[in-house]
Design a protein. Structure first.
Length: 96
């Protein structure tokens, strides 16, 4: 790019920035009241709740069984490790 092109681009950008008018500043009185905001929140909550896709009863049972099986497996692993480390601790206590 030549210097002339750079200057034209820079001046165009500067003009754009200068040409923009400042946005209107909202006054404190323009803000909705507390109850209006609470009402809006509940309306939006209801709209979003309608978009929720709830799982079927079959899916809930399937996921519940997966969680129960995972808990049993983890409990077995923790029990095995507890017994192993307890035995190791007792063995070390006998050596000392």
């Amino acid at each position: 790019m030549s210097e002339e092109t750079k200057d034209l681009t820079a001046s165009a950008e500067t003009k754009e920035v200068v040409a923009k008018k400042p946005e209107k500043v909202q006054k404190k009185s323009d803000k909705p009241g507390l109850f209006a905001r609470i009402g809006k929140w509940f309306r939006e909550l209801r709209i979003e709740a309608k978009k929720v896709v709830w799982p079927t009863q079959k899916a809930v049972w399937k996921n519940t069984l997966i969680v129960i099986i995972a808990l049993i497996v983890l409990a077995a692993i923790i029990t095995i490790l507890d017994v192993a480390f307890g035995g190791l601790r007792d063995l070390l206590a006998q050596l000392v």
